[in-house]
Ligand binder design. Structure first.
Ligand code: NAP
Length: 239
């Protein structure tokens, strides 16, 4: 069964992407969403499945939750073993899961720095590697970077570094995979109203900034035939 995989699909931008691609399906027959919190993951999958049933949408028949902590180096193999057991072929991979622990440089811990790089930079590359090694018919890889990776921000040193790495890795990936017929879509959203944003900017009013559904809509267009001409660049999304 051909599927779209959205890492970090339990809330925020990832949830809206999973929801939109399930309810306005392209080619895939299933949407796989991942997360680390069992209850949140089950609730997110159930909400999307209910929406599909409500709207009597037939292309995407299944919403599949897979528990996977991408901060763990062993996660990648186990994740693809689970997909194999479910007979899932990854057609589109959305590397969305993100972590941040902001603070002045004196307060940065080794563990938080390592986790930030693992979730935001290393896991996207290794998930693509695993998909390629296992012969999945990937057509599109979506990497969610950030404007914070284009301009470093005070007190966000680990997050900015991880996202700058994601931008460079995506550009390398795009060049390398073009010859294999795989498009790499690189999105750099600006401020977007989610839990992660609240961690970075606790005093901001979320109603004044971009909403997760707006990022999902832009991505849906980019992944359509009409959006193909926009896929060769780092696309900044901001209000
Ligand atoms: N919000 C913004 O302003 C903004 C701007 C630019 C870029 N971005 C990027 O957009 C992406 C989505 O962020 P968001 O703002 O939507 O954040 P969010 O609402 O906080 O959601 C983060 C998602 O990542 C998952 N996640 C966190 N740690 C994980 C781990 N160790 N393994 C697997 N999944 C993990 C979470 O799953 P669980 O809850 O199950 O752990 C959750 O689904 C991130 O890459 C972020 O850096 C956000």
């Amino acid at each position: 069964m051909k599927a779209i995989v959205v890492t970090g699909g339990t809330r925020g931008i990832g949830f809206e992407i999973a929801r939109l691609f399930a309810t306005r399906p392209m080619n895939a027959e299933a949407v796989v969403l991942t997360g680390t919190d069992p209850a949140r993951l089950a609730d997110a999958a159930a909400a999307i499945q209910a929406e599909i049933l409500d709207q009597r949408i037939s292309n995407v028949s299944r919403v599949i939750p897979v528990l996977s902590d991408l901060s763990r180096a062993q996660a990648y193999d186990a994740f693809f073993d689970t997909l194999a057991a479910l007979d899932v072929e990854v057609e589109m991979l959305v590397n969305n899961a993100g972590f941040t622990a902001p603070g002045p440089i004196e307060t940065v811990t080794d563990d938080d720095f390592a986790r930030t790089l693992q979730v935001n930079l290393i896991s996207p590359v290794l998930l693509v590697r695993e998909a390629m090694r296992r012969g999945h018919g990937l057509r599109i890889v979506v990497n969610i970077a950030s404007t914070a990776g284009m301009n470093g921000r005070a007190n966000w040193i680990t997050y900015s570094a991880s996202k700058a790495g994601m931008i460079a890795a995506s550009e390398a990936m795009r060049e390398e995979l073009a010859g294999k017929g795989i498009d790499v879509v690189l999105l750099s959203p600006g401020r977007c109203a989610t839990d992660l944003r609240r961690t970075l900017a606790p005093d901001e009013d979320p109603s004044t900034i971009m909403q997760p559904a707006e990022v999902a809509s832009a991505l849906h267009f980019l992944c359509s035939n009409a959006g193909a001409v926009l896929r060769k660049q780092n696309l900044v999304l901001r209000r």
